[in-house]
Structure formats: structure tokens, C-alpha cells
Design a protein around this ligand. Structure first.
Ligand SMILES: NC(=O)c1ccc[n+]([C@@H]2O[C@H](COP(=O)([O-])OP(=O)(O)OC[C@H]3O[C@@H](n4cnc5c(N)ncnc54)[C@H](OP(=O)(O)O)[C@@H]3O)[C@@H](O)[C@H]2O)c1
Length: 233
């Protein structure tokens, strides 16, 4: 599968999201995905499923170096000592000695961004997360992180799909060569039954869900083409 290179990590462009999956259902889904060839698993402390994912990874025969694991710290845990505690708990549940990407899951009104990123960078320097990033950051927050704090973020994970325009944030990220990681790629299921996407799919022997995913993958390609033509594959 094609990968994105960002801040020293190689991120498979299609990943498995695990929100709302827990216990044995989650473990079975992750085991199945790894068997199908997925190498990018996305979780969060808030999902309450890191233990199930850890069990699935441990049971798989995928080498750790071939696997990308993202987890996230919840917005209630953004004080430096709380980040550390949350991170230690995540690693323990995942049964890993490092994750590939550690994200701030949501911004909070009370967070002190310099202290947040100082803590994340320490985890990075300790080799416990290979890269750091953010999720659900708007343009103003992104500018603070990138231009004032100068934190080396590897992505902004936001809701983005064929039914939601994110042009302003996407353009900013492309200009800074920071990948946009799209969540809810199927608009929480709406795209899978959309009449227009179904009609497009019929022309190509594909489902509406496949059309929605292909649209997203093509958006990213265009963004990269505009900003870094030399890196086009
Ligand atoms: N960073 C964040 O704040 C954040 C927030 C939300 C999500 N996320 C990430 O993004 C991932 C995906 O988001 P999501 O699950 O909310 O939305 P989604 O991927 O857009 O939609 C998933 C929904 O689509 C339905 N669906 C219908 N047809 C489908 C098909 N052919 N293939 C797959 N699903 C189909 C699924 O139904 P079934 O339930 O029947 O499978 C499920 O309810 C999450 O798991 C999470 O990792 C991140």
C-alpha cells in the first residue's frame, strides 16, 4: 500500500479506524484487517479499545516495523503530568514500547499549547512516540502550533469526506507539507448509500463507499501535486 512520508514516519494512506469498536469485536476486526493487509491502525485512549488492539497486534504475525499505530490523548488530559499518565496507560494497553504517532485528540479551552508540545516532544525524544500531531485543530490553532510554537506536527486528523468541504485547512496544511488525515471518510455511513456516488460506482463496477474513499485519496494526491510536484508518485 502507498505510504505518506511525514516527519520521519511512513504512514500507510489507508488505515483502519476503530472508534465505537470494543472488546472481542474490536480485536476480531483488527485481526481481520491485519490479515487483509492493513498496516495502519488508528485508536485513542477515549475509544476504550487499546487493550483489544494490543491483543490483536500481539496475536498477529506482522512485524512491528511494518505496522503503523496512532493513538491520541483526550482533551481532559492535556496537563503535562496527565499527558504522561495517559501515554503510559495507552502504551501498556497496546502492549507496545512505542507508538508511531501520538495526537492531541481535541483542543481544550484550558490547554497550554507550549507545555503540551514540550511534553509531546519529550516523549518523541525518548523514542516512545516516533512522531506527534494533532486532531480537530482549526486554522487559527494550527497557525499557533506551526508558526509560533513551531511544533513538528506530522498531521492534522480532521473530519473530511465527499460531503464536507475543508478547503481552507487543507490548503494551509498543503502549503506547510503537513498531511491531512481524514476521518469519517464515509460521512458516518451516509456516503455508502448516496445516490450520486452509487451512480458513479455503477459506471466503474465499484460501491458508493469505494467511490468515496477513492475521492479522498485523489484529493490528497492533488494537494501534494500542487505543493510538491517533485514528490508525486
Ligand atoms: N480524531 C477524531 O476526533 C475522530 C473522530 C471520529 C472518527 N475518527 C476516526 O475515523 C474513523 C472512521 O470514522 P467513523 O467510523 O465515525 O465514520 P465513517 O468511516 O465515515 O463511517 C462508518 C459508518 O459507515 C457505515 N458503513 C456503511 N457502509 C459501509 C461500507 N461499505 N464500508 C464501511 N462502512 C460502511 C458503517 O456501518 P457499520 O457500523 O455497520 O460497519 C459505520 O457506521 C474512526 O473509527 C476513528 O478512528 C476520528
Amino acid at each position: 500500500m502507498e505510504n505518506l512520508e511525514t516527519r520521519g514516519i511512513s504512514l500507510p494512506r489507508l488505515g483502519l479506524g476503530t472508534f465505537r469498536m470494543q472488546g472481542d469485536v474490536c480485536r476480531a476486526a483488527v485481526e481481520s484487517a491485519l490479515g487483509l493487509g492493513y498496516r495502519h491502525i488508528d485508536t485513542a485512549e477515549m475509544y476504550g479499545n487499546e487493550d483489544a488492539i494490543g491483543a490483536a497486534i500481539a496475536a498477529s504475525h506482522v512485524a512491528r516495523k511494518d505496522l503503523h499505530v496512532t493513538t491520541k490523548v483526550w482533551h481532559e488530559n492535556l496537563a503535562p503530568d496527565a499527558i504522561r499518565r495517559a501515554f503510559d496507560a495507552s502504551l501498556k494497553k497496546l502492549k507496545l514500547d512505542h507508538v508511531d504517532l501520538y495526537l492531541v485528540h481535541w483542543p481544550s479551552k484550558s490547554m497550554k499549547l507550549p507545555a503540551v508540545f514540550e511534553t509531546l516532544m519529550k516523549l518523541n525524544q525518548e523514542g516512545r512516540t516516533r512522531a506527534i500531531g494533532v486532531a480537530n485543530f482549526n486554522l487559527a490553532l494550527l497557525k499557533t502550533v506551526v508558526e509560533e510554537i513551531k511544533a513538528p506536527i506530522a498531521c492534522n486528523q480532521i473530519e473530511y469526506h465527499v460531503m464536507l468541504d475543508q478547503t481552507r485547512v487543507a490548503k494551509y496544511l498543503a502549503a506547510k507539507s503537513i498531511p491531512l488525515v481524514a476521518y469519517c471518510p464515509l460521512a458516518q455511513g451516509r456516503a455508502a448509500s448516496d445516490a450520486t456516488l452509487m451512480a458513479i460506482g455503477r459506471k466503474h463496477g465499484a460501491s458508493a463507499a469505494q467511490v468515496a474513499l477513492k475521492w479522498l485519496l485523489d484529493q490528497e494526491r492533488r494537494a501534494r501535486k500542487a505543493s510538491r510536484p517533485i514528490s508525486m508518485r
